[in-house]
Design a protein around this ligand. Sequence first.
Ligand SMILES: Nc1ncnc2c1ncn2[C@@H]1O[C@H](COP(=O)(O)OP(=O)(O)OP(=O)(O)O)[C@@H](O)[C@H]1O
Ligand SMILES: [Mg+2]
Length: 425
Amino acid sequence: MAGDMGVAHALRGTGRFAAVFSVASAGELRALSRSGRVNPPTAFVFAPGFTEDVPGAGVAAVANGLADNGFTVVVHAFFVERGDRFGANVRITGHRRPTPELLSLLGVTERNAPPPRVLPQPAHRQGLRQPPATPPPVAPRAGGRVVAIAAAKGGVGRTSLIVNLAVHAARSLRAAGRPGRTVLVDTSIRQADVGRFLNVRSPTILDLLHAPGALSPDLVRRHLAHVPEVDLHTLLGPPEVIDADPALVGSVPYPRILALLRQMFDFVFVDTPVAEPHHTTLADLVLPAADAILVPVEPNRPTLEIVHSWLKTITMPRSSRGGGVAPEKVSLILNRARGDVGCGPKEVMDIMPGWRFAGMIPQDREWMRTVNGGRLIALNGDPELDAVLSSILWVAAEDPAFATAMRSPNGGMGRRRRILGLPVK
Ligand SMILES: Nc1ncnc2c1ncn2[C@@H]1O[C@H](COP(=O)(O)OP(=O)(O)OP(=O)(O)O)[C@@H](O)[C@H]1O
Ligand SMILES: [Mg+2]
């Protein structure tokens, strides 16, 4: 497994392999293959966290070479999206690595497992190697999925991203016959602005906390604001900064509220305060409840190094003064991406090896225009943006509603690629 420790861990956990080795870079892969510890039959998986630190040994060259020599090779679709070309024997996997799907690509069928889910590819990957367009089965859910957005510094796009992801999710679920199954919670108590993005003002968390009676699903439901356009519910933060009494921070029973919302909704999206290490709201109340943590990063080398170090801290065990977050929950979003600043997805993954990559949002004037105009870019009907939001949601939660939406029409593909400096197909 090259470039994703979380997947290596998951593969090891299946017990279906004699050994699972995890390497972060081409250099490590070369050292491993020379060590004599790897015995055939061997399969290789390349994930976006792989560092291409050996000249001439980029993923395309290595994967094609291995596949030509008869090895089973699986590469993440990320490499296809960035323009790599692979021979017919290299297998491509989707944005998330559902273990059954990966096992099946590796030629292993899971014991007592349902048939592997087939991941539909976004339209711009068509013409490569398309899996059959069979809709994936709806997995029975024990409860909804909590998807939090978190960042070590402010202003990186947390709120606009999570609001638009929630809006896109609510719309996709409604289109899939599951209206009203999405809720967005603003836990950024001191600077709550989700309501400003959504143009809703009340009720808020303060109303919920002051309401008589024990915290119950009914009480929480009565304190959710509603965005009728997409049937999105939201639990807003305090409307004014002055209301965010420091005593309030930390006293909000977020774990209980999130547990109740999880029972009531399919998706619970969470905006969070700036996540300085050891921030109480985030570290103690929100992150432990999250099933997926999306981390927006900007194309800026110094801050990427800080984010890498922050992620290492929050994923270290609590016994080592870390945050105790499972690393496989974390996925990066490259936000404000552009093709002309010397820091694209490849550089991000080089600087931050080992983390899963969920997708890229370009630096987009329309993004700011919609924010400033009180509109939601997710409602613009831009098929390219819809496809990106769907693939990020697919990474955070393999829900079939997002897989279907990823099959966007071909029309309109190009604006995003142009901003990103990618070849326009
Ligand atoms: N991809 C993008 N393209 C253009 N502008 C963007 C993009 N992402 C975010 N922005 C702009 O950056 C600013 C900050 O975004 P946002 O409020 O979502 O970030 P934040 O991390 O929640 O900030 P805060 O720390 O204030 O809570 C906004 O003006 C937003 O429109
Ligand atoms: Mg914000």
